[in-house]
Design a protein around this ligand. Sequence first.
Ligand SMILES: Nc1c(C(=O)O)ncn1[C@@H]1O[C@H](COP(=O)(O)O)[C@@H](O)[C@H]1O
Length: 153
Amino acid sequence: MGSQSDWPTMKCAARVLDQLGVEHDDRIVSAHRTPDRLHAFGKGAADDGFKVIIAGAGGAAHLPGMIAALTHLPVLGVPIQSRALSGLDSLLSIVQMPAGIPTGTLAIGEAGATNAGLLAASILALSDDALARRLQDWRAAQTGTVAETPSDK
Ligand SMILES: Nc1c(C(=O)O)ncn1[C@@H]1O[C@H](COP(=O)(O)O)[C@@H](O)[C@H]1O
């Protein structure tokens, strides 16, 4: 994520990865404020054993695109809900990549972070049958929590 202030949102991705038993590494890396850290992380990510990168950033959210420029690994971008423009700035910064350097773009805020975790797990589950089963169980459990009728009817 681009800042410590993104962590309350990005925690949602970490939480779902924990629930699915997926190992993750949570870091603050900023294209603007820590460009050398960004470069080292992006260049080294594949060799360091990362498989999927979830990048959350707000405002002028260049982080996901810049990481995608530095690695062939899949990059999932989470637009953080900014105060000034409610995350529309973050969303457009992440989604409008030039052809050739893709970032998968999720919804703004906590739903996007949760879904980024689930999508990362789905990608990893392509080559991990045990994780695929855990993901199916997670979804079945979620389905089980949805009542057929409203509770205050
Ligand atoms: N968009 C970026 C990048 C980047 O794209 O590299 N680095 C930090 N930021 C964003 O700035 C916002 C405000 O950060 P502060 O709360 O630290 O001022 C955060 O949402 C962060 O993701």
